[in-house]
Design a protein around this ligand. Structure first.
Ligand SMILES: [Zn+2]
Length: 253
């Protein structure tokens, strides 16, 4: 059912050209899920300056269940300028935005995911640890892809104190007494699973208490790439860009 004069907060996900002068702008709305908005004659539209990437805003418009939705008015624009200007933060933010876009179907009401994405971007914009925010986002959004991993106990004896290793065979953790159950276990640094277990539970508000070395970040990155490849199987351009960037980040140090 179409809904007129609908009001909601929203985050601009991306836009793309449509026909000669128009644009389609995808917005993750708090109240109506992700919607594609048609903006006619974009360059001359009074909405053009607000509908930039990394922008949250209040939106009033016509929400259609099928096809495009339409904007009547925009206000209370909040632009995450630090994200937009810093190529490294930009790349991390673009990746979690792409993940959020892939994690739920369009038009599906998911204010929790919306709020989590906004909070993650706010913290990146404030300059908090972009890599750790990205890891927390990746771990906590896994359930939206139908993936549930218990990283805090051994799948055989349910012991909850590590060290643990991860087994793809059981999609679960093993304690040293049960390492033998999977000869092809991952041989992870146990701290990787300890930290990822924490990241599954943590509130972003507690982020400032976390400090992780670059070496450990690299190990977590490798582990989560394996998890996403095995259980999620996305092929996101934003992730490829982020991976490529890791190489020239070292050069610029
Ligand atoms: Zn065990």
């Amino acid at each position: 059912m179409a809904m007129r004069n609908a009001e909601t907060r929203g985050l601009v996900l991306f836009s793309r050209n449509y026909k000669e002068k128009d644009k389609l702008v995808k917005v993750f709305t708090e109240s109506f899920g992700k919607r594609m908005f048609f903006v006619k004659n974009f360059a001359r539209s009074r909405f053009a300056s607000s509908l930039q990437p990394f922008t949250a805003l209040s939106l009033t418009g016509l929400m259609n269940e099928a096809g495009f939705s339409f904007i009547d008015d925009l206000s209370d624009t909040e632009h995450f300028s630090h994200i937009a200007e810093d190529i490294f933060i930009n790349a991390h933010a673009s990746y979690i935005i792409a993940l959020a876009d892939a994690a739920v179907p369009d038009n599906e009401y998911d204010p929790a995911l919306y709020g989590f994405l906004i909070k993650s971007l706010e913290l990146m914009n404030q300059g908090l640890d972009m890599e750790i925010i990205t890891n927390i986002f990746e771990l906590q959004v896994l359930s939206r892809f139908g993936v549930s991993l218990n990283l805090s106990e051994c799948v055989f004896c349910h012991k909850t104190t590590g060290p643990f290793d991860f087994s793809y065979k059981y999609s679960a953790c093993l304690c040293p007494d049960h390492y033998h159950e999977d000869p092809r276990r991952s041989h992870l640094d146990p701290n990787v699973l300890y930290l990822c277990g924490q990241f599954q539970e943590i509130s972003l508000a507690d982020l400032e208490k976390i400090s992780v070395s670059d070496l450990m970040k690299g190990k977590i990155r490798t582990f989560l790439d394996g998890i996403y490849e095995e259980y999620v199987g996305l092929n996101l351009k934003a992730k490829k860009f982020l991976d490529g960037m890791a190489g020239w980040a070292d050069v610029m140090k």
